[in-house]
Design a protein around this ligand. Sequence first.
Ligand code: BG6
Ligand code: MG
Length: 216
Amino acid sequence: SKKAIIFDLDGVIVDTAKFHFLAWRDLANKLGIDFTEKENEQLKGVSRVRSLEKILAWGNKELSSEDFEQYMQEKNENYLKYVDQLTQADILPDVHKRLEELKQKQHPIALGSASKNARRILKQMQLTHYFDAIVDGNEVTKAKPDPEVFLKAAELLKASPEDAVVFEDSVAGVQAANQAQMLSVGIGEKSVLGEADYVFKDFTEISDKVFQQITN
Ligand code: BG6
Ligand code: MG
């Protein structure tokens, strides 16, 4: 049977990773906490709650649970202001082409994302119809690097983990895919995503031949 293909969303399909960074940094600065793009790598793939916990830990700060909720909401509103500007033109290079190709070849396709905004963003990008299953931050109880999100996605696709391939831009996500016994394909820097079975800077770096090898 055809390999099941699971895509992460943020930083793989669309370059929202930079918006998460900007929105978190705005908020952190308000709290008197500073963090860089390097520390931000540790927030990729990480849930909203866990992200704020990490930022507070970096700054040695604590918040009441009301303030915590309030700040998370503020971050999300700020983030969505960036997201609302996105159009189909912001789909990362070659992603649309590969989705179309996989669909043509009748591969089962799923989204496996930590984001609670995933459905909204797919819709805005007009990509929803490519996905046979969507597992996002609303369905998952154990965040990446726990394999839950990808195992759920494979289950919905009726695929066994060994027959699934995951495209991921985060360290936590690559670890989740590896733990799920799936083939992990890192999208980003080798120095960051070294644990992945394959790493490419972006989809344009994957030749037709290699893409077929990986997905077959
Ligand atoms: C992941 C992003 O996909 O989703 C993280 O890599 C983000 O940066 C997480 O924190 C949760 O997203 P959201 O949209 O629910 O705040
Ligand atoms: Mg990501």
